[in-house]
Design a protein around this ligand. Structure first.
Ligand SMILES: *Cc1c(COP(=O)(O)O)cnc(C)c1O
Length: 477
């Protein structure tokens, strides 16, 4: 399998080449040249373990890592030990277990990994793939990122102690939950550097962009990223759509709906890929919070990214996005993979006169239904109500992002089609909102009790690219 850019001006690349990079050189995102078709494999795959399933799927997308090595990487990543924080009473050996809420209504638990958010499902693989690939090439990488909480912690727990990798993670000082701060800042691994910047998430993000745009610095200090546009993350996320499908059905002629709490469109993009491979997904239901850029698009055909100032701070913060960085992947398929159309649309987004695109006058609108998407959004009040009713009626404690998903899924549920909502984080990460909803502290894995009291390792500085660069230089000696 080779990878091409959505903007069409880069030669096709092998997997390992796009693994360590970010955007393609023409500003596009990498996509597989075609989607491998798996309809005739479903029967055989139904009984596989998570690691085996992952290996089968990755084998279709990766042809420059020997099969024995790829299998070993899957086995090392997808162990029960690594994804052990499941709900009490569940089989602790099962990765991504399904919890049934009501007939044909399920929750797929993806937040049982080390940082209690679904990002661990992909990021843990990335950690192992990076270490493997860097060792093979005799290279090193310095990962620079900005986080509002979940991404940064998932990246740090994936990369801690990995040979050839350092992580410099910027976070907005004082803006994450106490638990999230404790998760990240309590790490004492010598290859992990937490930098709290004075400002908001967008200020941290701007610093990362400034540093990464300095081509000379970037190449001298081997600056890399693990953000959600990384194809390997999308690929890793494809696996649990299969897992969820098998768990919610008994035969391969059944179809399933998935509902996905969405921000950067990475998670649901993996669902789109699974569907294109032939997994019998009926609808992909996209849930947003008050930052409803994507909901607006799927309802109106108009994609209008917001500015940072127009982006609200909500109680499901990991979905607070101004533009959806993986969205370009879906539009690429929607426009029949035509790079000229992609360039025209993205030029329009970048143009100060437009800043949006409208697909209504184009033939592409019909594709939205053909690809099975529908969407809705939710509010703080909806979120609280859903956390409350899930707790009172089912004794299931959910986090605010998953609450957005369940709220939206309720609107689209059909009696005869299983609806699987992806659980994207555990309640423990968002104590304030849980407390507001049900007036009690969230449950957390007992071994994480007291994590807030551990010594914290964090450097505080202004949101200043020059200062961050000096810090990197100093710590790369
Ligand atoms: C990252 C994240 C999301 C959004 O996922 P995308 O892939 O960006 O759409 C939703 N919920 C939680 C808890 C997250 O951490």
């Amino acid at each position: 399998m080779k990878y091409i850019s959505t903007r069409g001006s880069v030669a096709a690349q092998q997997f390992s080449n796009i693994l360590l990079g970010g955007l393609a050189a023409d500003g596009g995102l990498f996509m597989p040249q075609s989607y491998p078709q798996i309809a005739d494999k479903l029967e055989a795959w139904r009984s596989l373990s998570y690691a085996e399933l992952a290996f089968e799927i990755f084998s279709l997308y990766v042809d420059d890592i020997p099969a024995v090595d790829l299998r070993a990487l899957c086995e090392k990543t997808y162990t029960a030990e690594n994804y052990r924080w499941c709900r009490a009473g569940k089989n602790p050996n099962e990765i991504a277990p399904l919890t049934t809420i009501a007939p044909n209504f399920h929750l797929l638990e993806l937040s049982n990994g080390p940082t209690l958010a679904f990002k661990d499902m992909a990021m843990q693989l990335l950690g192992n793939l990076f270490e493997y690939t860097l060792a093979k090439r005799g290279e090193r990488i310095n990962i620079l990122g900005a986080t509002s909480g979940d991404t940064g912690s998932a990246a740090e727990y994936a990369m801690r102690g990995k040979h050839g990798v350092r992580v410099f993670m910027l976070s907005p000082q004082g803006k994450m939950s106490a638990f999230q701060r404790a998760q990240m800042y309590s790490l004492s691994d010598t290859n992990i550097f937490n930098i709290a910047v004075r400002g908001m998430f967008d200020d941290a993000q701007d610093v990362v962009k400034l540093v990464s745009n300095d081509a000379a610095f970037k190449s001298k200090y081997k600056i890399g990223a693990v953000n959600s546009i990384n194809w390997a993350r999308v690929m890793a996320q494809v696996v649990y759509y299969f897992k969820g499908y098998f768990a919610a059905t008994t035969a391969n002629d059944q179809r399933v709906d998935f509902c996905v709490p969405s921000g950067n469109f990475g998670n649901i993009c993996a669902g789109h890929v699974a569907r294109q491979m032939g997994l019998p997904i009926s609808r992909l239901v996209l849930a947003t919070n008050e930052n409803n850029v994507l909901d607006e698009f799927f309802r109106s055909g108009i994609y209008r990214p917001r500015t940072a100032a127009q982006t609200l701070v909500t109680s499901s913060p990991s979905m607070d996005i101004s533009k959806a960085s993986n969205f370009e992947r879906f539009i690429f398929d929607l426009v029949g993979r035509d790079p000229a159309t992609m360039r025209a649309l993205w030029n329009q987004l970048a143009s100060p006169d437009a800043g949006y695109f409208d697909l209504n006058p184009t033939p592409y609108m019909a594709g939205l239904t053909r690809y099975g998407f529908c969407s809705a959004s939710s509010t703080h009040a909806d979120r609280l109500e859903m956390i409350r009713s899930m707790w009172q009626q089912h004794e299931i404690m959910i986090d605010p992002h998953t609450a957005d998903g369940i709220h939206v899924a309720q609107k689209f549920r059909l009696a005869n089609v299983p609806m699987v909502v992806l659980e994207t984080a555990q309640a423990a990460k968002f104590a304030e909102t849980i407390n507001e909803a049900i007036n009690r502290q969230p449950l957390r894995p007992t071994s994480l009790n007291g994590i807030e009291n551990l010594p914290q390792h964090v450097y505080v500085m202004d949101a200043d690219a020059q200062k961050v660069k000096s810090f990197i230089v100093e710590h790369c000696q």
